[in-house]
Design a protein around this ligand. Sequence first.
Ligand SMILES: NC(=O)c1ccc[n+]([C@@H]2O[C@H](COP(=O)([O-])OP(=O)(O)OC[C@H]3O[C@@H](n4cnc5c(N)ncnc54)[C@H](O)[C@@H]3O)[C@@H](O)[C@H]2O)c1
Length: 251
Amino acid sequence: MRLLKKNVLITGAGGQLGTRFAQAFATEGANLWLTDQSQERLTAAASKLPATQLLGSLPMDVTNPASVERVFAQVRAYGALDVLVNNAGIGVFTPFWERDYAEFMQVMSVNAGGTFLCTREALRIMKDQGQGAIVNIGSLYGVVSSDPRIYTDCERMNSEVYSASKAAVIQLTKYFAVHAADLGVRVNCVSPGGVFNHQGEDFVSNYSQRTPFKRMAKDGDICGAVIFLASDEAGYISGQNIVVDGGFTAW
Ligand SMILES: NC(=O)c1ccc[n+]([C@@H]2O[C@H](COP(=O)([O-])OP(=O)(O)OC[C@H]3O[C@@H](n4cnc5c(N)ncnc54)[C@H](O)[C@@H]3O)[C@@H](O)[C@H]2O)c1
């Protein structure tokens, strides 16, 4: 119970990883605010948590300042916010030569803009408390370029903008780690490798070959680093990016 009675807010909590993170936090004794732009996904994620540990399921679009401010006002009115997990994210999988500017900006807006907006609102609460922890969800592709040899079926190209937006998340982590240190807030990042979610056979096979562990991640593989960085065990750690990728970026 490393997070007993801690209040945790997760963005994109209705997604594959967000739902799993919420369950992992609940197992550690935390109480949860689930947020997502999709009400349907929120309902499904909430149904997997003990009702006593659910503070609320709140629809929130991380690209919309008014929506973000409204949700964090509700969180502040309730009480402490101990942990924020900036998990909401999107990718686009078409080749870069087909990218239009609006699509480019949409990915930047969710991944980098959303991380900024939610971090700003959380810090406004956490600075008054004098404590808190923020865990951003980056990607291995914020650290290295994707390897084009993996993407042989062209149906699921990793995009330039996804990589750029996740590099921005890692840099936002470092900036806020430095500038929120005096507020008593730690800010770290977890960068997952590719998580298995029934992608095409070619992709899964190519990706697995390229990975020292010879497989994609399972969603549960990512939880340990997130829980650790959110907990007091990481009390002297800030500004770090833990890459959880089965060794993909090690060679
Ligand atoms: N799955 C992977 O292989 C992988 C690898 C590396 C990093 N990541 C990162 O992990 C995070 C979670 O990914 P996932 O695989 O669970 O994706 P997912 O698509 O299953 O979940 C993402 C969630 O974010 C929500 N969302 C999208 N736009 C939003 C917005 N504007 N406002 C609020 N919510 C919004 C979606 O409704 C969805 O529930 C993302 O940041 C992703 O980039 C995933």
